[in-house]
Design a protein around this ligand. Structure first.
Ligand SMILES: [Zn+2]
Length: 271
């Protein structure tokens, strides 16, 4: 087996050229990068036929999963984990969601006071205790992701508990004085536009500033976002769409934050 490692933070043109040259049979990568590669394949800019695709490090959004399925018709194994604990759950490619790696990690879904909640109840925190790392153990470590348990057995036969696909960090929602706008509102407009390869939404006091890679019709896109924000209860939203060559990824691990909320003062102090 030959392994080719391509930095996710490299300019996309470099990633695309490297993947084209490597012609991988198994494609493993950040969910938004693999999603963008799938859109490139659908647009005729990438000719590869992977037999298996694995995504990691970022939430696998529906828009990316669909693009991957359309581009390559290969099973998708989504993985969820953290630098601190390692792999916490992985998709089997058959049933929905991800199986918890129960031999590697103990996951506890708890309320705001740290008390475990039932599988069907929403949790305030997800705590992870790693079973493998004895040198630097993490015990009841708050992963910060919102996870929900899927009921019933999986068609693959595994007995390991399944989680629904990880939606993302709890602070993806944008809180304005008059309303809360879920990230899905932006996603439904931006993620389904075939002329947008990648985007980032930054909350502003009165609306949002959107950085987009691609060639969308900016005036109509701006109007569409403003219309959705008004429907959510934000009066007179100010929306700005800026086309950029590339998006800045986080320096530490190269992750793309698609939604950057405005930090409110007093948000965590019960005000
Ligand atoms: Zn399964």
């Amino acid at each position: 087996m030959e392994t080719v490692v391509i930095p996710a933070s490299a300019p996309f043109e470099e990633v695309l050229a490297a993947v084209t040259a490597a012609r991988p049979t198994h494609l493993v990568g950040y969910a938004t990068v693999v999603g963008r590669l799938a859109r490139a394949a659908l647009a005729g800019d990438l000719d590869i036929q992977p037999v298996r695709v694995s995504t990691n490090s970022e939430p696998l959004l529906d828009e990316d999963r669909q693009a991957i399925a359309e581009a390559w018709n290969a099973p998708v194994h989504n993985q969820w984990g953290s630098t601190e604990i390692g792999a916490a759950a992985t998709g089997c490619g058959r049933g929905a969601g991800l199986h918890v790696c129960e031999d590697e990690v103990v996951l506890e879904r708890v309320d705001a006071n740290g008390v475990p909640v039932a599988p069907h109840e929403p949790a305030a925190h997800t705590l992870a205790t790693g079973l493998a790392n004895r040198t630097f153990p993490f015990i009841r470590y708050d992963l910060g992701d919102e996870v929900a348990v899927l009921p019933g057995p999986c068609e693959c036969g595994s007995e390991f508990v399944r989680l629904a696909d990880i939606a993302g960090r709890l602070d993806d929602d944008f809180r304005y004085p008059t309303c809360t706008v879920p990230a899905s509102v932006f996603r439904s407009v931006l993620g389904t536009n075939p002329r947008i390869a990648e985007y980032q939404v930054r909350q502003t006091a009165t609306g949002a500033r959107i950085l987009a890679v691609g060639s969308p019709d900016v005036p109509s896109l701006t109007r569409a976002i403003a219309r959705e924000l008004r429907r959510q209860g934000l009066p007179d939203p100010e929306v700005e769409v800026e086309l950029v060559d590339h998006l800045q990824r986080g320096s530490a691990a190269g992750k793309l934050r698609r939604f950057v909320a405005l930090k409110e003062s007093g948000r965590n102090s019960g005000l």
